[in-house]
Write a protein that binds this ligand. Structure first.
Ligand SMILES: [Zn+2]
Length: 223
């Protein structure tokens, strides 16, 4: 037995990996146990203009189509996955979800993928943008260029919770900037589609600078 695998067995013995959904002990590098995997609340949406994701965004911005992979509800498995992806250093959750959606949904040949960015202070704290592992894997699987040097977050919105709804909307509207020129059809990717204000702000900003087509993909859809 090599030293590395002995060390791993030792860690597994005292700090066993637990399922993000139900906390049961699971083998190796898994994220979910078999039962939680079988219970993932898939939306079964496709990229089109009939679905819930598109309906939520249609009155806020001009997009071609939209799609989300999982339903997000308070305390459900999707919320736990998103929490672990965002705050507990589990980028592999993004990769897992990208693999799932790529096996379920047909992707067009987009000119690029634009991930919704986080502020550099949050990036420093978390180590990565929670959208990136997912966006990066979609880019790899679909052979679509990842455009991560175009849309930037210029304001840190960490104190959002203390603001009123109007203050929050205003602050989101000023939170992004774009640099450079793009043309064609782009896939904008975010973690959770909640009210749609972040995504629609990004769409409107991009289209005010460059007349491009935009479709939207999120890992989760808040019911
Ligand atoms: Zn489980």
């Amino acid at each position: 037995m090599e030293i590395q695998s002995i060390a791993r067995s030792f860690v597994d013995l005292f700090f066993p990996r637990r399922c993000v959904g139900c906390q049961s002990v699971i083998p190796g590098s898994s994220i979910l146990c078999t039962e939680c995997t079988s219970k993932l609340p898939f939306t079964h949406l496709k990229f089109d203009q009939e679905n819930e994701s598109y309906q939520k965004l249609r009155n806020q911005c001009n997009i071609e189509s939209a799609c989300s992979l999982l339903y997000f509800e308070h305390d459900n498995i999707t919320q736990k996955l998103m929490h672990h992806l965002k705050y507990e250093n589990h980028p592999e959750i993004g990769i897992l979800l990208a693999d799932k959606i790529f096996s379920m949904v047909k992707f067009e040949s987009y000119d690029g993928i634009i991930p919704v960015p986080i502020h550099k202070n949050k990036l420093k704290k978390r180590g990565y943008n929670q959208v990136m592992p997912f966006a990066d894997r979609i880019s790899e699987l679909g052979n679509i260029p990842l455009i991560d040097n175009y849309l930037f977050r210029k304001e840190n919105n960490s104190s959002q919770v203390h603001k009123s709804r109007i203050e929050r909307t205003n602050s989101i509207q000023n939170a992004f900037e774009v640099q450079g020129q793009i043309s064609g059809h782009y896939l904008l990717i975010d973690d959770v589609l909640t009210t749609g204000s972040t995504i629609s702000t990004c769409v409107k900003l991009i289209q005010s600078k460059n007349p491009v087509k935009i479709s939207v993909l999120t890992m989760a859809f808040a019911i």
